[in-house]
Design a protein around this ligand. Structure first.
Ligand SMILES: [Cu+2]
Length: 304
């Protein structure tokens, strides 16, 4: 197949580029959440100067972050506004694969209704064959089901890690590269070095929660924030660490594809705190961002 568009990891985005807002939405009021997701192919910039025809939910990869509580009902209408068959599979649901998760043709729609019976951050994705191509080309997102009693923090963020396997400019990703696990880039929230180009402003001493999902399709994540220690960690439906007399600290949240969790932390002093997967080969391939704690200079840009 074609070699695919080349990613220049030292390039910076154009003046009109805007990062994906990394703030996790709060759960909306009420216990029934009705919303529509459009399956649609969209030409999207994934790195400076690199466009791909992604297959998306609502024109963006990852798709919108959905949120609710245990016991809530989600009534999702999937509308296929694209030119290929698509489908949706919510890992937060317990429904039959051959019914709600069926593939619909362009112009068709379906209603996918489920009760959120378990808490966590779950993946949703298109499962239409070859699912590797549909997930690897952008058809995934996160749905957060709050654990009961989730404490308030000063701010919550989300980071969905995924890979890109570039096709030619403006065209879909390369299935052969996906089959060979030969990714060109690893990204948080869909764009190479996104939060290095536009760092995430926070404040020293405040308490933060980062929800993390590894959407893959094939690479793992060792989510780490340089310069801090997580005092709370929740992974795949359970707390693995909470503050206590043992003063336990966690350095990385390890996730395989389709796993998720959250970490909580604060920064003890002003400055810059890189966001990475500690599988460091991928830091040089786009999985790098910055928290900017306090009014400190943030160089930004890949040259930093
Ligand atoms: Cu699809």
């Amino acid at each position: 197949s074609a070699p695919g568009a080349k990613v220049d990891f030292a390039a910076t985005p154009g003046p009109n580029w805007k990062r994906r807002d990394p703030i996790a939405p709060a759960a909306p009021a009420g216990t029934t959440h009705r919303l529509t997701l459009d399956a649609v192919e969209s030409v999207v910039e994934v790195a400076p100067g690199v466009t791909q025809e992604l297959w998306t939910f609502n024109g963006q990869a990852p798709g919108p972050v959905l949120r609710g509580k245990v016991g809530d009902t989600f009534e999702i209408t999937l509308v296929n506004k694209g030119k290929l068959g698509h489908s949706i599979d919510f890992h937060a649901s317990k429904v039959a694969w051959n019914d709600e998760m069926r593939t619909i043709k362009p112009g068709e729609s379906l209603v996918y209704k489920f009760e959120a019976k378990h808490s966590g951050i779950f993946m949703y994705h298109c499962g239409t064959a070859p699912a590797l191509h549909h997930i690897g080309n952008g058809m995934f997102g996160a749905i957060i089901i709050d654990p009961p009693g989730l404490p308030a923090v000063d701010q919550e963020f989300f980071f969905v890690q995924s890979e890109y396997y570039t096709g030619p400019l403006g065209q879909p990703g390369d299935l052969t590269k996906m089959q060979n696990e030969a990714w060109d880039a690893v990204v948080f929230n869909g764009y190479v070095n996104q939060y290095l180009h536009q760092p995430i402003r926070i404040e020293p001493g405040k308490r933060y929660r980062a929800w993390v999902l590894d959407a893959g399709p094939s690479e793992n994540s060792s989510f780490h924030v340089v310069g801090t220690i997580f005092d709370t960690m929740y992974k795949e439906g359970a707390y693995t660490l909470r503050p206590g007399d043992a003063r336990g600290g966690a350095q990385a949240l390890d996730l395989q594809p389709a796993q998720g969790g959250f970490v909580e932390f604060s920064m003890d002093e002003p400055g810059l705190y890189p966001i990475v997967t500690h599988k460091f080969a991928n830091v040089g391939k786009g999985a790098l961002g910055l928290f900017q704690a306090g009014e400190v200079p943030a160089a930004g840009g890949a040259a930093h």
